[in-house]
Design a protein around this ligand. Structure first.
Ligand SMILES: NC(=O)c1ccc[n+]([C@@H]2O[C@H](COP(=O)([O-])OP(=O)(O)OC[C@H]3O[C@@H](n4cnc5c(N)ncnc54)[C@H](O)[C@@H]3O)[C@@H](O)[C@H]2O)c1
Length: 454
């Protein structure tokens, strides 16, 4: 069996590497228009950072896992084509700022139609608006040739930072197909691939539309939990309740559950915001304005939480941060990834910059991306070593929950800072009493301030 995957990004690369590892008898060809990315997949310096990914790729590379820019040959030779290209938010025209930009996806559909000489199963791996498969089928079957394309939906639920673990042992895999003989045959082919390492009871099947919509819904529900607890964090700060205690108390209710209940500066990453906005747009398209407004609020609370964090920094530092040195500890949108797409750090740094703060950014994996994100801001400093970066700083803003930040020598850092030394924990994960006892002015989301000055 021969698989082609179009799109060698955060999803295409890891998912195909896992299929190749678990199914040595299947030839997996990952193709992309981005030559630099393809070269990086073939090298020792992979284009994305994910714990454990290097070993998974190396195990199958050039055995049954191949990366190439020869898209046409890979399509032509494939029995199954996974389409895993980017589907960002549209920035122009109808639906700008909310709808999915499907131009990359449509280009793929047209290429597949043009190059294919035999029947193929086409699998939507990208996250797409519900009923996209219908449009894909129209493009693929537009010239009335005898070639049959069976379009399935198999959305990806991996989370960046734990992609390998998620792929190896997922909560579930979802495969949507049409309720026709050829649809069900195609679904079974994909089920059999995953069944090589995933228990059958974790492989769910559904109709195509349910599968497409489930992905948007899953992300919307996850993001909604983050925004929900973040609204409560603001109320905790006003009332001296402690959001960690509230999270724990409500999370132990098995109907609620404990995950995604951590107050913070909010969610980031390439998916949550774009997928909720897409859901909002879809609801509006179907005339469901109340439903659209409901989900829109999840995004707005996320923005509010970041603005609120910056406001706290300014207020606490005597209502001015002009000329003050602020160390940004962590720029990635979450720990264990170098990805900075939609990272809350971008907005927070821009707001601090507008207040004329002197910004130094430190991150173990994301500095290259941070430089690109803030390329238009002058005089931002980037320093991998947090100790060097903190010299003479007035404040530290912790924006990513990298585990290693728990183990820093905060006494040593405190000694090198200007006084009063402030620390703002945007991830609510440090030992705040310990920091306060060192001498820091401490702020954490949902707990408020601990000050030696009041
Ligand atoms: N990143 C995640 O954590 C994640 C998780 C689940 C689902 N998704 C979804 O998966 C899809 C891909 O996301 P990603 O993060 O991997 O994106 P990405 O930007 O990292 O990768 C997409 C790749 O597709 C390539 N591409 C675009 N058009 C092409 C074309 N016509 N031919 C060949 N290659 C082309 C790009 O060059 C790029 O390398 C999106 O729909 C996203 O919403 C992402």
């Amino acid at each position: 069996m021969n698989i082609c995957c179009i799109g060698a990004g955060y999803v295409g690369g890891p998912t195909m590497a896992m299929i190749a590892k678990k199914c040595p008898n299947i030839s997996v060809n990952v193709v992309d228009i981005n030559e630099e990315r393809i070269k990086a997949w073939q090298s020792d310096d992979l284009p994305i950072y994910e714990p454990g990914l290097y070993d998974v790729v190396k195990e199958s590379l050039n055995r049954n896992l191949f990366f190439s820019t020869d898209i046409d040959s890979a399509i032509d030779n494939a029995d199954i084509i996974f389409v895993s290209v980017n589907t960002p938010t549209k920035t122009f025209g109808e639906g700008a700022g909310r709808a999915s930009d499907l131009q990359y996806w449509e280009l793929c559909a047209r290429r597949i139609k043009e190059v294919s000489k035999s029947d193929k199963i086409i699998v939507e791996k990208s996250t797409l608006p519900v009923r996209t498969a219908e449009a894909m089928e129209r493009v693929l079957h537009s010239d009335k040739s005898d070639i049959h394309f069976e379009v399935l939906s198999n959305p990806e639920f991996l989370a960046e930072g734990s992609a390998v673990e998620d792929l190896e042992n997922p909560d579930r895999v979802l495969i949507g197909g049409h309720d026709t003989d050829s649809g069900q045959r195609a679904v079974n082919v994909i089920v059999d691939i995953y069944a090589n390492w995933i228990p059958k009871n974790k492989i769910l099947t559904s109709n195509v539309w349910s599968s497409e919509l489930s992905k948007l819904t899953a992300n919307a529900f996850l993001a909604q939990r983050v925004s929900s607890i973040n609204t409560i964090s603001a109320l905790c700060e006003a009332t001296e309740a402690d959001v960690t205690e509230v999270s724990h108390a409500i999370g132990t209710d098995s109907r609620i559950g404990s995950k995604f209940l951590k107050a913070s500066i909010g969610f980031g990453g390439s998916c949550f915001k774009k997928d909720i906005l897409n859901l909002v747009y879809l609801c509006e398209t179907y005339g469901l304005n109340e439903v659209a407004n409901y989900w829109q609020q999840v995004v707005e609370i996320n923005d509010y939480q970041q603005v609120r964090f910056v406001r706290q920094i300014i207020q606490r530092m005597f209502n001015t941060i002009a000329g003050k040195k602020i160390l940004i500890l962590g720029f990635a949108f979450k720990a264990n990834t170098g990805d900075t797409r939609e990272s809350p750090a971008i907005k927070i740094c821009r707001e601090l910059y507008a207040e004329k703060a002197e910004i130094v950014i430190s991150d173990p994996k994301a500095l290259d991306n941070a430089k690109k994100d803030l390329i238009d801001l002058e005089n931002i400093k980037y320093e991998q070593d947090p100790y060097k970066a903190s010299k003479e700083a007035d404040a530290i803003a912790v924006l990513t929950d990298w585990n290693e930040y728990k183990d820093l020598d905060y006494k040593k850092i405190y000694d090198g800072m200007r006084k009063p030394a402030f620390i703002f924990d945007g991830r609510n994960f440090l030992d705040h009493n310990f920091l306060f006892n060192i001498g820091y002015e401490v702020y954490s989301i949902g707990k408020g301030h601990q000050s030696h000055l009041d």
